[in-house]
Design a protein around this ligand. Structure first.
Ligand code: SF4
Ligand code: SF4
Length: 203
């Protein structure tokens, strides 16, 4: 069954935002010579919280298109992830657990993966609406590659325009569903186990 609480226009806009960010990522990674191929790390075990209802809805749409047995398996792994991460957090540790969607190194929802999965590796900056500029150094491998290079000489992705478009989309989605939806802080495992946002089952 295909489920979507996003309109075709919203899906199109999100896919364009993702495509633009990925083009920029590829450009910067190409200049730096950064590739995930053969990397000793795997960022899919990083503990990230996600903040976008629109992304959650799109991610859930991808999940609904997987064969049912695979969805079941993913939900089972997500349940394990949640229990183990809760245990680690209670013990004062930051979880470092493999994402329930990573199957022997391959993302099972690659085309619907979240923004951080698409942007983490390379240096980036973002100008917030209040004018403050945030800088992101890139992943550990990237930082090793650029060590000793002056920050001014480094290529970077400017995320600003993409994130502003995503923020606009997010406002529209909230207005359309529930303006009072709380600020989102969910792991991928939680997104997998809850229904799509904006529906009764997710709140
Ligand atoms: S983003 Fe960086 S640290 Fe993560 S797998 Fe790719 S090269 Fe390795
Ligand atoms: S959604 Fe895919 S790319 Fe993102 S952390 Fe999970 S397995 Fe990795």
């Amino acid at each position: 069954m295909t489920e979507s609480v996003l309109s075709a226009a919203q899906i199109g806009e999100l896919e364009q935002i993702y495509a633009g960010l990925e083009r920029e990522y590829a450009r910067v990674a190409g200049v730096l010579g950064l590739s995930c191929q053969g990397c000793p790390d795997n960022c899919c075990d990083s503990y990230f919280l996600h903040h976008s209802y629109v992304e959650w809805a799109y991610f859930r749409l991808g999940l609904s298109q997987l064969p049912e047995p695979r969805q079941e398996r993913v939900r089972e792994l997500a349940g394990r992830y949640l229990r183990e991460s809760a245990r680690l957090i209670a013990a004062g540790e930051r979880p470092q657990l493999m994402c329930p969607l990573n199957d022997e190194g391959l993302c099972q929802l690659y085309s619907h993966r979240l923004l951080v999965c698409r942007t983490h590796g390379v240096p980036a900056r973002m100008r917030r609406p209040d004018g403050q500029v945030l800088r992101f150094p890139g992943c550990f491998r990237c930082q090793e590659i650029v060590a000793g290079t002056s920050a001014k000489a480094l290529p970077e992705v400017d995320r600003s325009a993409f994130f502003h478009r995503l923020a606009r989309l997010e406002r529209e989605f909230r207005q359309q569903h529930r303006p009072e939806l709380p600020r989102l802080r969910l792991t991928i495992a939680e997104m997998l186990l809850q229904g799509p946002p904006g529906t009764e089952q997710s709140v």
